[in-house]
Structure formats: structure tokens, C-alpha cells
Write a protein that binds this ligand. Structure first.
Ligand SMILES: *Cc1c(COP(=O)(O)O)cnc(C)c1O
Length: 520
């Protein structure tokens, strides 16, 4: 099991290094070759002492449901277990290790102050079924965060419970459907521009709508004329990502919203990229009816393996009555109530139902509010400005070595978009991404958005210093130059990672989720 792995270390491919000797363990100094936990542990031993089996067996309560087969878990001591997971964690990239350029994902630093606040027992140790009198502080956090989100977006109401961006999209579309049904005008089509995030058409289809594409213009924005021409009595609404996935602001959103409203439809805005405009633009002023906000993007809560998402949805006056339960209400005496049922006539009288069993991601609410309060209104505005400045710095620093298809359309927003145009014959975006791994970076988002061939989408976020940006730009420039020159070794990169080019399609289509002991 602990043999050098032919598919892993391939020192012979490193130009100039020659054949490095194999090691007994397969490790290369601190780069460790770690087997599966099932291969280290054994089902026939255990790392803990159990009481005598017969004496410890629970008696009659479980009746004939008592397990009779062995459970088949590997037995390991505490130290072995801790080491296994720590060794695995060292093979991961993390926001605490370096710049994470994934476009559309907004991988920004997670401030330690957020973590400190989220760990306060009054927020961390509460139970969703506790009497509301005992969780007034936690409810105050949910309420205050909701008020910030409503103010920052210029909207009328907020649903805090959705647990991710895509979950928020579903929440918004279900509210749109409830509003249309309430006026006896169920419609069947949702229009989604090509420049929208992939979750948008998936959400509309999941909610039972027929999805129709609206083309993008040559400058990477929604084709407003094509959209207007498609509006009609069957169109329930549009879903528009703003800023869009080409990293561009949809300047015509107000015109689009007015046209959609005039045709009896409603406007969903994918606000996952709110970090580029927070404090500068209020989507409510642009005619948006519903929009989700990714707390795990704009408001710095951890994600991508670091923690769960959270996707509160803000609503216009028109949709507010249909927003889902529950919601937190502050009464005149300064107490907080959790409204769990719709009451005819109140402002959530037509709630479409619930998105989740309880109230949402408390740990993300306390972190996001900490981030907001530590920045203040002026600081949040600067977040957007610095995110946009950093992305434009990356765009302009690399456009001589990487084709930037929309660079002529003016400045970008929070992310810089490049294409594979100009790489040597036979070299692709994938080669550039793999080369970046050898430079010690997680690759940028690749092959998305679909409207650009061989897309590379870089989102540096506002938390990177100029020095960090310069180092990343230097690394990407170096790899891009190798791809333009057609350097063969780039085609087999990465050379310094424990695994190189895995069959990702096979892994996604036929994942091996159960370990089987080959010796049985
Ligand atoms: C990240 C993102 C989403 C989806 O958010 P999740 O929390 O991953 O579900 C939707 N739209 C856009 C534009 C995004 O960037």
C-alpha cells in the first residue's frame, strides 16, 4: 500500500531534474502519500477499549433491530485518526494558504473576528427548538442582518432561511410562481440569458418552468432587443445575473425590468456577485423583484469545504407577501418573535411555505453580521471598489499574454475573463490551469462562462494585497507564456502534485463511493 505511486510522483517529467530516487514510503519530504483510511485501519482491530460485549449490549429496547453483522469500519487509535485527516488536509488548497482565484466563487479571506463572534455560546450553542425567550440575542442577530440586507439592496423584505445561492434562487422563483398563481395568471416560461450563471436555468426547470435562452451581445451582455421580442403572456419572468458571469455590469437591467413588468412578468436577479456592487448600487432601484445574496461570497463567510453556504433572498413590495416562513419580527417592546405561521392579512399573509425545517444557517448569520459591522457602510462600499480595482489590475496586467475577449468593452467588475485564443496549437485552458498548480495556486475557474471559448475566469477579491496580486500575475504570466510557446512539459503538468491528470468525467459519472476489501 505504501509504495511510490506510478500515477502520482513523476519526477522524470521535470525538465532538468532527471530521475529522482524512489522512497520507501512514497512520500517526498513533506508531500505525503496517504492511503485510504480503510487501507490503514483494519476491521479486525480497534483503537478503543469496549466493555465486555454481552454485558454492554443494550437489552430489549431495540428488539430485533439489533445489528448482527459486523459494522466494517476500520479500527484506528485517536492518534492514527488525527494524523490521517491532518495528512489529507495538507494536500488541499485553502484560502488561508494563498490567493484563491476561482471566478464566480468569491473566495475571500474569512476574518478571524467572524470566527470569534460565531463561537460565542449564545450563538453557537443554541437549539432551533429552544423557547424564543431564551434566544433573544440570536434572533436579534438574524433580524439586524436582515435589516442590513434590505437596506443595502433597497428592497422591501427578506427571507433568511435559504441555505445556498441556488437554494435562494429556488426560493425567489417559488415566490414568483406563488404571486402569479395568486392573481390567477400561472405562466409557463422563464427567460434566462446566456450570460447567466448555470444554476439559473437549473432552478427554473426544477420549479417546473420551461427555460428559454436569450442570446448575449458581442460585448458580453444581455441582448435587450431579443429579450423584449420574446416577452408575452406566457413569460413568468426573467433571471438575470448582475454583474454577469463575464464579469460585466448589465447596464440595461432597469430597461429590461420595466419591459418585463409591462408584459406582466417578474424579475429575478442573481445577486451572488453582489460583492462587486455592494454600497454602490441598490438592485431595488433597478426594478428587481427577488434576489439572493450569498453570505458566503459577499459577506466573507467560509465556503468550499470550509463551511455551509447561506443564501438569504430579498423581495420587492410586490413579492414580499409571498416570501416563505419563518421570519423574525421585532415588536414595539423591543422583543423578537419568530413568526412560524402565516396570519391572514399580515405582510406575509400569502407565504408560499417554507424552504427549510428551521431558521437558516445561524453560524453564517453571526459571521456575516460581524463582517458588516466591522466594515460599516463606508467600508462595505470600499469592499466593492477594491474588488473591482483588483480584478481590473489582473485584467490589464495579463491582457498582453492572455486574450481578454471583452477588454475592449471597458473595465470589468469583480472578475477578469480570458480565453484560450493565442495559445500554441494543441494547448488548452486545461494546460494553463494544471500549470498553475505547479506554481502553488488553485486554478482559476475554467471553461465557464460558456459564451467564451476556453474561458479562464479570475476573481481575486478585495482581500488581496498588491504584492499578492503581483505574485499571482507573475505565475499566471509565466504559465501563459509556456502555453503560447508550446512547451511540451506543460501538457503533462502538474509535476509537483501527488496526482496529475485524473479522469474527472469518469470520477463524476461513476464515482466509487464504497470501499471494498479486495482480500475478501
Ligand atoms: C455561486 C453562484 C451561484 C450559486 O451559489 P451556491 O451558493 O453555490 O448555490 C449562483 N449564481 C452565481 C452568479 C454564483 O456566482
Amino acid at each position: 500500500m505504501n509504495k511510490p505511486n506510478a500515477a502520482g510522483w513523476r519526477p522524470e517529467m521535470i525538465a532538468g531534474e532527471g530521475e529522482a530516487p524512489a522512497t520507501f514510503t512514497g512520500n517526498r519530504a513533506l508531500m505525503l502519500e496517504e492511503p485510504l483510511i480503510f487501507e490503514i485501519g483494519s476491521t479486525s482491530r480497534t483503537g478503543v477499549d469496549f466493555e465486555d460485549k454481552a454485558a454492554a449490549a443494550p437489552s430489549s429496547v431495540l428488539g430485533n433491530l439489533l445489528r448482527s453483522d459486523p459494522i466494517g469500519l476500520p479500527g484506528l487509535s485517536e492518534a492514527e485518526t488525527v494524523r490521517h485527516y491532518t495528512r489529507l488536509s495538507r494536500q488541499n488548497y485553502a484560502i488561508d494558504l494563498g490567493l484563491f482565484p476561482l471566478g464566480s466563487c468569491t473566495m475571500k479571506h474569512n476574518p478571524r473576528l467572524n470566527e470569534k463572534m460565531a463561537r460565542l455560546p449564545g450563538f453557537a450553542d443554541v437549539h432551533p427548538l429552544q423557547p424564543v425567550d431564551t434566544v433573544q440575542g440570536a434572533l436579534a442577530v438574524i433580524h439586524e442582518l436582515g435589516e442590513w440586507l434590505v437596506k443595502l439592496t433597497g428592497m422591501a423584505a427578506v427571507a433568511m432561511s435559504p441555505k445556498a445561492g441556488a437554494h435562494g434562487e429556488l426560493c425567489g422563483i417559488l415566490a414568483i410562481r406563488a404571486a402569479l398563481e395568486a392573481r390567477g395568471d400561472a405562466r409557463s416560461v422563464i427567460l434566462v440569458p446566456e450570460s447567466a450563471h448555470g444554476t439559473n436555468p437549473a432552478t427554473a426547470a426544477f420549479a417546473g418552468y420551461k427555460v428559454e435562452d436569450i442570446p448575449a451581445t458581442a460585448d458580453g451582455r444581455v441582448d435587450v432587443d431579443a429579450l423584449k421580442a420574446r416577452l408575452g403572456p406566457d413569460v413568468a419572468g426573467v433571471m438575470i445575473t448582475n454583474p454577469n458571469t463575464c464579469g460585466l455590469f448589465e447596464r440595461d437591467l432597469k430597461t429590461i425590468a420595466d419591459a418585463v413588468h409591462a408584459a406582466g412578468g417578474l424579475v429575478y436577479c442573481d445577486g451572488a456577485n453582489f460583492n462587486a456592487i455592494v454600497g454602490r448600487v441598490r438592485p431595488g432601484d433597478l426594478g428587481v423583484d427577488a434576489m439572493h445574496i450569498n453570505l458566503h461570497k459577499t459577506f466573507s463567510t467560509p465556503h468550499g469545504g470550509g463551511g455551509p453556504g447561506s443564501g438569504p433572498v430579498v423581495f420587492s413590495e410586490a413579492l414580499a407577501p409571498f416570501a416563505p416562513l419563518p421570519f423574525v419580527e421585532k415588536t414595539a417592546d423591543g422583543r423578537y418573535h419568530l413568526v412560524e405561521e402565516e396570519t391572514a392579512g399580515d405582510h406575509h399573509g400569502s407565504a408560499f411555505g417554507r424552504m427549510v425545517a428551521f431558521h437558516g444557517q445561524m453560524g453564517m448569520f453571526s459571521r456575516a453580521l460581524t463582517y458588516i459591522l466591522s466594515h460599516g457602510a463606508d467600508g462595505l462600499r470600499q469592499v466593492a471598489e477594491d474588488a473591482v480595482l483588483n480584478a481590473n489590475y489582473v485584467l490589464r496586467s495579463l491582457e498582453d499574454v492572455l486574450d481578454a475577449p471583452f477588454a475592449a468593452s471597458g473595465p470589468c467588475m469583480h472578475e477578469a475573463l480570458f480565453s484560450d485564443n493565442g495559445l500554441a496549437e494543441g494547448f488548452s485552458t486545461l494546460d494553463v490551469a494544471k500549470g498553475l498548480i505547479d506554481e502553488g495556486y488553485h486554478p482559476m475557474t475554467v471553461y465557464f462562462p460558456l459564451v467564451v471559448h476556453g474561458a479562464m475566469l479570475v476573481e481575486p477579491t478585495e482581500t488581496e494585497s498588491k504584492a499578492a496580486l503581483d505574485q499571482f500575475i507573475g505565475a499566471l504570466r509565466h504559465v501563459a507564456e509556456r502555453a503560447r510557446a508550446g512547451e511540451e512539459a506543460l501538457k503533462t503538468a502538474p509535476h509537483f502534485a501527488p496526482r496529475a491528470r485524473l479522469d474527472e468525467t469518469l470520477a463524476a459519472r461513476k464515482p466509487v463511493l464504497v470501499w471494498k476489501d479486495a482480500t475478501i
